[in-house]
Structures are given as C-alpha cells and as structure tokens.
Ligand binder design. Structure first.
Ligand code: NDP
Length: 258
C-alpha cells in the first residue's frame, strides 16, 4: 500500500483521534494481526502516524502504513525504518511486538527450535531498538515498548525457548533505560497473560481450561486490553516511567513480576 498524508488524515478522522493528535510516528512490528493490530488501531486513534510491519507487509489496519520487515534480517529492518522515515517522518515510538512460539519439552527441543525463537523474539527486538534509537537519540526523546509475556518470569513447561526470549527482554529494556535514559528515551516491557489471538488458539482446549482456572480474573483478555496499556506508555502521561514491567494478565503472574 502506498501511503500519503491524506490517507493518514482520512484514517484518523474516521477513527476520531484523541487529544494526542499529531503525537508522532510509531512503528509496531507484527502490526498486521493479533495484539499488534490492536496496538496499531489504538495508536492511530490516539493521533500517531503508524507503520504496521509484517513479513509480507501487504496488510495493515485502516489508517496505518503497511511495511514489510523480516525481524531476523538486519538489512530488512534497516530498509523498513528508512522507508518509514521517508513516508511518515522520524520514528518516536517503537513497539517490538513480533513474536513466535515453537513449543516442545526440553528433551525434544532442537538447537534450531531454541535459536529460531530467540532470533525472532529477542534478536528482532534488538535490531528494531537499534534502528529506532538513532532518530530518538537525535530528537532526545522516544519510547521503546517491548512486548514480553507473563511466562517470562512465571516460567512455562514446554517453552524454554520462548520464556528465555521474553525474560531477556526485561534485561534489554532496563539496559536501554540505563544507556538512553539521559537522552529522553524510555524503555518499558508489557507482559501480557493469555490474550485471545491466533497464537493462543493453537493451545489445546484442555490446556486452555487449565490456564483459565489459574487466572484470578477468570477470563482471557482481548488484544485491545494490551493496546490500551501500550498507548499509555507511548503517551504523555508515561514520561517518567522507564525500565518497568507492566503485567496485563488478570493477576496470573502475581508475585512473579520483576
Ligand atoms: P500472532 O501470532 O497473532 O502474530 C504474530 C506477529 O508477529 C505477526 O504479525 C507476524 O507477522 C509477526 N512475526 C512473526 N515472525 C516474524 C518475523 N520473523 N519477522 C517479522 N514479523 C514476524 O501473535 P500475538 O498477537 O498473539 O502476539 C503478539 C506478541 O505478544 C508476541 O510477541 C507474543 O509473544 C506476545 N504475547 C502474546 C500472548 C497471547 O496470549 N497471545 C501472551 C503474551 C505475549 P506475519 O503475519 O508476517 O507472520
């Protein structure tokens, strides 16, 4: 999709943007579907000019720019950021949301199963943070938001690869905070619990019932409930929050947060 200012404005007016209109440029990786798409819709609504990246880059929610980005490939990440800069302007918010699972028990987990998940979830966040930090350092302002998971600190059998990648995001956000905090850049982690998306639809119904029994809120969440927290962290009210881990899990991870 080719994106023009007119299209941004058309998308925004249809969505009736909130008070933070012209809030800046946001990049949401994996913004074409699931939680990422809900974040894109919310940031468009809040007045951001938003790029929604995905591997093919052929689809994005209304009002957003669809951009191809393979997060395991540094050149693809650089090219995507360059295009976003050209078409939307200097990036002020990064939401590193693209992620995969490849679940199996430790004894069956291959090196490829482990490294592949780390490369997408953690390596992707690293490559995008590096690309986004450049314009943010110049502007002496920026928000980096990493989408982790409740299981990062809770642990999860069959997810040694996934939980390792998600736990490491916390160290990443805190190191970014220490490295870039003095330049007006914040870095935070959002740790969702069980959210209704295609990722969780793969979990077998018996396991879903077991999870449900452990969640104090007694229900799974919708992607929009994660998007609202991301929008808060991207907005003006979160200017002094950095290095935080914010759970959106109905209480599932209580007592295990970092
Ligand atoms: P989905 O499976 O619905 O979407 C995954 C997204 O990641 C897609 O947009 C996909 O793009 C993108 N992606 C995957 N691999 C790559 C890659 N190599 N390069 C670029 N983009 C890629 O996931 P969810 O919406 O459920 O999850 C979003 C994030 O939230 C993930 O990081 C996940 O770990 C996390 N999370 C989800 C929870 C849940 O309950 N659903 C709970 C806790 C955390 P494409 O369409 O091109 O494949």
């Amino acid at each position: 999709m080719n994106f023009t200012d007119q299209q941004v404005v058309a998308g925004q007016s249809a969505e009736q943007p909130g008070p933070a209109a012209a809030a800046g440029v946001a990049v949401v990786t994996g913004g074409n579907r699931g939680i990422g798409a809900a974040i894109v819709r919310r940031l468009v609504h809040d007045g951001f000019r938003v790029a929604a990246t995905s591997r093919l880059g052929t689809e994005a929610p209304a009002g957003a720019l669809a951009v191809p980005m393979e997060v395991t490939d540094g050149q693809s990440v650089s090219a995507a950021f360059e295009r976003i800069h050209q078409e939307l302007g200097q990036v002020s918010v990064l939401v590193a949301n693209a992620g995969i699972t490849k679940d199996t028990l430790l004894m069956r987990m291959s090196e490829e199963d482990f490294a592949g998940v780390l490369d997408v979830n953690l390596g992707g966040a690293f490559r995008c943070a590096k690309a986004a930090a450049k314009p943010m350092m110049r502007a002496r302002s920026g928000r980096i938001i990493l989408i982790s998971s409740v299981v990062a600190l809770y642990g999860s059998a069959g997810q040694v690869n996934y939980t390792s990648s998600k736990a490491a995001m916390i160290g990443m956000a805190r190191s970014l905070t220490r490295e870039l905090g003095g330049r007006g850049i914040t870095a935070n982690v959002v740790a969702p619990g069980f959210i209704n998306t295609s990722m969780t639809a793969q979990i077998d119904p018996a396991a879903q019932e077991k999870y449900l029994g452990a969640i104090p809120s007694g229900r799974f969440a919708e992607p929009e409930e994660v998007a609202g927290v991301v929008a808060f962290l991207a907005g003006p009210d979160a200017s002094y929050i950095s290095g935080a881990v914010i759970p959106v899990d109905g209480g599932l991870g209580m007592g295990h947060e970092g």
